[in-house]
Design a protein around this ligand. Structure first.
Ligand code: BGC
Ligand code: ZN
Length: 369
């Protein structure tokens, strides 16, 4: 069967003929891949800056943002049935006895670093026709979301980040436990970056009731800016609003959701984080020369303004479930804007341009069926 593969030793990307997988254990499921999103991580793997093939394989089948249909189930499968639409999780446990995170099904918090990730690290991914996986990594999606469910995996980044916001802000004693609306309503969130992770994060913040801003490079009035305004968020362009002006435009910034992968802009933004604010990093910058930041100011603010900074990677089952519920909610509230996030659907042989060509649009998708 066809698969898009990266050969790191040769520095080549190819559409290859890859052996079709079969069900080998009772809890396994055979999937027909429908759609696979292309993301920044895939493009890094395609530049050979990231990504590791499975042990003994010269190549890695890439792709980790998927939507599939269940074709066949093993004898012990009870969670899914043939015909179901599913989105597959990305990370697999390290399997070491001394890793309580993986042992409890939370490999997104793996302590040893020996986890694998489908399509990224040590395990083949989803840019292919058939995939076998254990039922525990599958998340059923309602058929009504067929057109947009490929956005689930990139949304899980925001979902995991936001699940943690409530835990973090439970420290504020006047906010009743579970009073999540109070934590969001009237509170200001600024998304840094208007790629798929940022725009999906924007929708997730809006659904929770945050007064949401998106700050990005594109000028005011651009297509991105209009998209942001169409969903009820506010757009601020770095071309007309320097970062230092954000507090005067926004007010006390309660939350930053970083989705740029750019360190300089992120640390400048950290300087203007508000009182009791939370700064969430999701980007993974390539290593470059060190940059200058105003560390005294940032440290003073962290202390004197009770701020919290955290990073978040990958996602657990809870975040996948939350993402599927949110995609449903986005689909009710903003059906057109949600669809507009998917720039194009292409046949697998368009892989090269999408992975190595100039960035085009928002989310591009390879359709395998
Ligand atoms: C994926 C995550 C993964 C991370 C680091 C992201 O693009 O969405 O699942 O953990 O890359 O490899
Ligand atoms: Zn990704």
């Amino acid at each position: 069967m066809r698969a898009v593969a990266a050969f790191p030793d040769e520095k080549k990307l190819r559409l290859i003929d890859h052996p079709a997988p079969e069900i080998e254990a009772p809890t396994e499921v055979l999937l027909r891949m429908l759609e696979v999103g292309v993301c920044g991580t895939d493009r890094e793997i395609a530049r050979f800056d990231y990504g590791t093939p499975p042990a003994g394989s010269p190549y890695l089948v890439i792709g980790h943002e998927s939507l599939a249909e269940v074709l066949e189930v093993g004898a012990g499968v009870s969670d899914v049935k043939p015909g179901d639409l599913v989105v597959t999780m990305v990370r697999r446990p390290c399997g070491r006895a001394d890793c309580p995170a993986c042992a409890s099904g939370r490999q997104d918090f793996c302590l040893t670093g020996e986890f694998t990730e489908r399509g990224i690290k040590g395990r083949h991914g989803f840019m292919t026709e058939r995939v076998v996986d254990d039922q525990r990594y599958l998340n059923v999606v309602p058929p009504s979301l067929r057109e947009v469910a490929v956005l689930t995996e990139p949304l899980t980044i925001a979902e995991k980040a936001l699940l943690q916001v409530w835990d973090v802000q439970d420290r504020l004693p006047w906010i009743a436990k579970g009073g999540r609306e109070d934590l969001a309503r009237g509170h200001k969130a600024v998304v840094l970056g208007a790629g798929p992770v940022g725009l999906l994060g924007c929708l997730a913040l809006l659904v929770r009731g945050f007064d949401t801003y998106v700050y990005s490079l594109e000028p005011e009035g651009s297509e991105k800016a209009r998209w942001v305004e169409s969903v009820g968020a506010k757009y601020l362009s770095s071309q007309s609003c320097p970062i230092a002006d954000l507090p005067s435009r926004v007010g006390n910034i309660d939350l930053f959701y970083e989705a740029t992968g750019a360190a300089k802009v992120s640390f400048l933004a950290m300087e203007v984080l508000g009182v009791n604010g939370v700064f969430i990093f999701t980007g993974v910058p390539g290593r470059k020369a060190p940059i200058e930041i105003d560390a005294d100011l940032i440290m003073r603010n962290l202390v004197l303004k009770n701020q919290i900074v955290y990073g978040t990677v990958n996602a657990g089952k809870d975040a996948f479930q939350a993402a599927i519920a949110d995609i449903g909610e986005f689909n009710r509230r903003w059906p057109r804007a949600l669809r507009a996030l998917i720039t194009g659907r292409y046949a697998p042989d368009a892989f090269e341009g999408l992975l190595t060509g100039p960035l085009q649009g928002i989310k591009n998708v390879l359709a395998f069926a």
